[in-house]
Design a protein around this ligand. Structure first.
Ligand SMILES: Nc1ncnc2c1ncn2[C@@H]1O[C@H](COP(=O)(O)OP(=O)(O)OP(=O)(O)O)[C@@H](O)[C@H]1O
Ligand SMILES: [Mg+2]
Length: 274
């Protein structure tokens, strides 16, 4: 049976415009994507091409858009605990401890207190923060705070997990560990996952399909299947080829590139000296 005949998530002709000071900004246009149950899809694209906007629409934080977003064939209405999200910035509550911040993810689960405490403790160990359960966010490094946010996104065992650059603030080693953890969690729970990342290698390492977005307005430029068995070998030729393909799609869009070196050279020196 075709897994996409009954997709877990469907974006049908989705468009999104924002009102801005000088009129309207078209952030997303004609976005169509079906995600199968248990599938892992990554989205890559230039800054500002609408990646976070798409996740906000799917999680139900913004109901004003064109087209349709369906979960199991039903339109999305507001937030729900079957969808967990890890935002681009950690968004922890500064007056709550690590354990209390993670516990917030269980607010609507109706679990009895001991089970709830055990569950929070399990997720604190999952992200390696056993010694910081009673610490407050200002006592954590950026990477540790992001790990708390990841634990909070996962603690209610969502069926759909939305991740917006979740590992961006982590050092390279922790980032790879978290990627392995994420794959292990998915293997056990077959969570349908939508990951936004700037890291093409991360997308290939984790995803079944990688969607390349084209900016202003955000549209699908290409969808690349990653047909490699897990665990994926970053040094393999097939991995390398996919990375080249995706980088080619991204960097053949001038809007993705940083300012030309010539432009930087032409800047008056006083702009650069401090
Ligand atoms: N609340 C808002 N009001 C007006 N414009 C917005 C709003 N939120 C996002 N935008 C605009 O929509 C476009 C897409 O923004 P979005 O945050 O989705 O980009 P992104 O792809 O996640 O970028 P990045 O990779 O930098 O996180 C941008 O041009 C942004 O300025
Ligand atoms: Mg974003």
């Amino acid at each position: 049976m075709n897994a996409l005949a009954h997709p877990r998530v469907s974006f049908n002709q989705v468009g999104k415009r924002f009102s801005v000071a000088d009129g309207e900004l078209e952030a997303i246009r004609d976005f169509n994507l079906q995600i199968a149950d248990g599938e892992f899809v990554a989205i890559v694209g230039a800054s500002g091409c609408g990646k976070s906007t798409l996740l906000r629409l799917l999680v139900g934080l913004d109901a004003e858009y064109q087209g349709q977003i369906l979960i199991d064939g039903q339109p999305v209405h507001g937030i729900g605990s079957e969808r967990g999200i890890v935002f681009q910035e950690h968004r922890l509550f500064p007056w709550l401890t690590v354990a209390e911040n993670i516990d917030l993810g269980l607010v609507n689960e109706g679990l009895e207190r001991t089970r709830r405490g055990r569950r929070v403790a399990d997720f604190i160990s999952l992200v390696g923060l056993e010694d910081f359960a009673q610490a407050y966010p200002h006592q954590l490094s950026g990477g540790m705070a992001q790990r708390v946010a990841i634990a909070r996104g996962l603690v209610a065992s969502p069926r759909i997990l939305l991740l917006d650059e979740p590992f961006g603030a982590l050092d390279a080693l922790t980032r790879q560990q978290m990627q392995d953890e994420l794959l292990a969690i998915r293997e056990r729970a077959r969570i349908t996952t939508l990951l936004v990342t700037h890291d093409v290698e991360e997308a290939i390492f984790l995803a079944d399909r990688v969607v390349v977005l084209e900016p202003r307005p955000g549209r699908i430029k290409r969808i690349v299947e990653v047909d490699l068995p897990h665990p994926r070998q970053r040094a393999s030729l097939a991995f390398h080829r996919l990375r080249e393909t995706l980088l080619h799609e991204l960097t053949h869009d001038e809007r993705y590139l940083p300012p030309a070196v010539e432009q930087i050279r032409d800047l008056p020196l006083t702009y650069l000296a401090c």
